[in-house]
Design a protein around this ligand. Structure first.
Ligand SMILES: C[S@@+](CC[C@H](N)C(=O)[O-])C[C@H]1O[C@@H](n2cnc3c(N)ncnc32)[C@H](O)[C@@H]1O
Ligand code: SF4
Length: 349
């Protein structure tokens, strides 16, 4: 393990130009995926000859752990492992074990499509993983297949969720991307399936991340519309946020059957409370999901930079941060739209 970490308690916690502190770190541990969800990694682009990173180009576990320690010194308390598909990264549980023992890390979570979860759930729990989020877009096998890009693995995903419950990785959250005319007519089935189970379904508005998913506003189902549809069947009431900056708006069933959430980055942007930094699999630090560029941390890491140098780089990048893309989205003309946004699979969802 790296032992070059220095404690710099006097280093001030940075705030960005809009007064937002650094609190969460999302780490993409793997750029590859075993799905080809058309809204994320459409097959026509991410075909069999697509050049993904070589393993030597991805940050090693030691490098990720070292950087995480530094981010923690600057305020990070929550870490989420994502991708691509994080369970495709060999031995990812070992990384979980390293991250959960860092002083100051209060929460380590992982987002997965769950195809490989049944075989990893117990090991992830044993290594200290606190929480897991599983992506499931529909319980209709045909629609599931369409939205995962042709992989008919719904049963394996549901098995993965059961294994996570058995392993005690609770409460489990489900992420469901909703697209008008694709799966919006199946959301009630999802809600019904997970009511009374402790599993929390969160509906995500289809976002214009990257440049390759052919996003259009008329494919977005506003959360307000979905909420009304669900509440008509099962009355709901709002629940206070768990912590400042929580991305999902929470609603509980009046009959006590649990809760659901809505992530409305398109119709109700939450940039003002965004405290998230992102690290790509090859070590580029991004300050926004909709960024067009980031800061390379791998080169200095691999050419002998000290912890002080890296801390200064991260600190300065954060203090210069002015991103608020989701708030600006609707006011940008097409010429002002960023030309080359980073893709979700690469930056980590
Ligand atoms: C990029 S994935 C990575 C982790 C894992 N492969 C999974 O699917 O859970 C993280 C989350 O981003 C969501 N996502 C991907 N593209 C999206 C888009 N265009 N709009 C909204 N959510 C998206 C996925 O549904 C998933 O819940
Ligand atoms: S959303 Fe997740 S499962 Fe789907 S293609 Fe993207 S990274 Fe893979």
């Amino acid at each position: 393990m790296e032992s070059r970490v220095v404690q710099l308690p006097t280093k001030p916690r940075p705030q960005d130009t809009l007064g937002r502190p650094l609190h969460d770190l999302r780490i993409s541990v793997m750029d590859r995926c075993n799905f080809r969800c058309p809204y994320c990694m459409p097959r026509e682009t991410f075909h069999e000859h697509y050049r993904f990173l070589k393993s030597s180009e991805r940050l090693s576990f030691d490098e990720i752990t070292r950087l995480t320690r530094l981010f923690v010194q600057l305020g990070v308390k929550k870490v989420r492992l994502t991708g691509g598909e994080p369970l495709l990264r060999p031995n990812v549980s070992e990384l979980v074990g390293e991250l959960t023992t860092i002083d100051g890390v209060e929460d380590v979570a992982l987002t997965t499509n769950a195809v490989l979860l049944a075989q990893h759930a117990a090991e992830l729990k044993a290594n200290g993983l606190h929480r897991i989020t599983v992506s499931v877009d529909s319980l209709d096998p045909q629609i599931f297949k369409q939205m995962s890009g042709g992989f008919a693995e719904l049963e394996r995903v549901l098995e993965g969720i059961r294994a996570a419950v058995d392993a005690g990785l609770t409460p489990i959250k489900i992420n469901t991307v909703v697209q008008r005319g694709v799966n919006d007519h199946t959301v009630l089935d999802l809600v019904e399936r997970f009511r009374n189970t402790g599993v929390i379904v969160r509906f995500i508005e289809y976002m214009d991340v990257g440049n390759r998913n052919h996003w259009s506003l008329d494919r977005v189902v506003p959360s307000r519309e979905l909420l009304a549809r669900i509440a008509e069947r099962w009355p709901l009431h709002p629940v206070r946020e768990n912590y400042h900056g929580e991305v999902a708006e929470r609603y509980a069933f009046d009959d006590g059957a649990g809760e659901i959430g809505f992530i409305s980055s398109v119709t109700e942007p939450f940039c003002g409370a965004c405290t998230r930094a992102r690290l790509s699999s090859e070590g580029v630090f991004y300050t926004c999901l909709f960024a067009t560029s980031g800061v390379d941390l791998r080169t200095p890491l691999r050419s002998g930079a000290s912890d002080e140098d890296l801390l200064a780089l991260i600190h300065d990048t954060w203090t210069r941060r002015a991103d608020r893309y989701s708030e600006l989205r609707s006011s940008l003309t097409s010429r002002e739209q960023p030309l080359k946004k980073i893709e979700m699979y690469y930056i980590g969802g």
